[in-house]
Ligand binder design. Structure first.
Ligand code: AQP
Length: 334
């Protein structure tokens, strides 16, 4: 069976964006059963920017709990944290020696994250896509479900695989496809509908965290920025209204409806009516997940045990592939 690999950085607590844009799909892919699904809490990626150690530990367990509470089954999928499978870092180094500086220079995400301060960023942040290539190729995963923003990195993974195969005259690493399923759901910032909702955004009011309680969710949605006009009758009417579009899209994703169906349910509704309805729906869908996350994170030892078990299963796939890579490169190992 073909393998799917995907990860989430424990750079903070999970947001509604991570849930609707990533985890919800991961669960669907697992449940469809046509892939072996490998899901990873990518802690080595998180530390490419500063993480307080205690917060990193807590976020790692929270992200793992979010996967489990949303329906990732640690038996049917492999769920682990990246640093526990050292093969990621080892293959990442080899890929640092395969990838070219010029390729990294073209990565738009680094430019966006670094802004004008590229020289002050960690070397790890710059080389991040080469570790990401290792994450994927370590399992010979061929399908990587990602958002539009990660497409360039998955293409770089192909380039690294192709150059490795070419340089060493082998046909070893498969060429990976980014799977951009349907119109990728992009949840936007509640205070600025042109920016995406992020774990590490400045203000807590701009995002919904998976651990927010009902009152806080209602308050954040109540205060979410919107224009004064009511909901349009058709989806075209949402153009040029990013905040309105975002709230309708969130409703649609939570209710498993299309945005047009949502607008048909609330023809011409004002925000005074739509926002409380959205809050009620969000609480209905999220509270069972957050309650389960709370239960799971109350017992960190159990989460750690599950992650260690997942790591063991991941290693069983990764180690032979790394060993073969070492042989191909000419690195001696007894
Ligand atoms: N706002 C979003 N809408 C839809 N999908 C999103 N994802 C993240 N934010 C949104 C998806 O979540 C997965 C995990 O992403 P990540 O943790 O590896 O990195 P990220 O995309 O950088 O996530 P954040 O929350 O924005 O973290 P920070 O603030 O630390 O950079 C990916 O599949 C991503 O598409």
């Amino acid at each position: 069976t073909p393998r799917v690999f995907s990860g989430i950085k424990p750079s903070g607590g999970l947001t509604l964006g991570n849930y609707l844009g990533a985890i919800k799909r991961f669960v669907q892919t697992q449940d469809e059963g046509s892939f072996e699904t490998i899901y990873c809490v990518v802690d080595l990626h998180a530390i490419t920017v500063w993480q307080d150690p205690a917060e990193l530990r807590a976020a790692t367990r929270e992200v793992a709990a979010g996967f489990l509470a949303s329906g990732i089954d640690p038996e049917r999928s492999i769920l682990f944290n990246q640093s526990q499978v050292s093969q990621h870092a080892e293959l990442g180094w080899i890929f640092n020696c395969v990838a070219r500086v010029g390729w990294m220079d073209r990565m738009t995400q680094f430019k966006e994250k670094a802004g004008r301060n590229a020289e002050k960023q960690s070397l790890g942040l710059y080389a991040y896509p080469s570790l990401m290539a290792a994450d994927i190729l370590l399992y010979h995963a061929t399908h990587v479900p990602v958002g539009e923003d990660q497409k360039q990195h998955v293409e770089l993974t192909r380039d690294i695989a192709a150059k490795f195969n070419h340089d060493f005259g082998v046909d070893f690493f498969p060429l990976t496809h980014p799977v951009i399923e349907g119109p990728a759901m992009r949840v936007m910032n509640l205070r600025d509908g042109t920016k995406k909702m992020s774990k590490s955004g400045e203000s807590d009011m701009e995002r919904i965290n998976m651990t927010d309680d009902a009152d806080l969710i209602a308050k954040k949605l109540q205060k979410a920025r919107t224009d004064p006009a009511p909901l349009p009758e058709t989806v075209e009417g949402l153009e040029g209204r990013p905040e309105a579009k975002n709230l309708v899209d969130i409703y649609a994703a939570l209710a498993d409806l299309s945005p047009a169906e949502v607008l048909a349910q609330y023809p011409g509704a004002g925000w005074g009516r739509f926002k409380p309805a959205l809050a009620e729906l969000a609480v209905e869908k999220l509270s069972p997940i957050s309650a389960e996350m709370k239960r799971l994170t109350a017992d960190p030892a159990e989460i750690d045990r599950l992650l260690a078990r997942g790591a063991e299963r991941a290693r069983a796939i990764a180690q032979p592939i790394l060993q073969r890579t070492y042989d191909i490169v000419g690195l001696v190992r007894a």
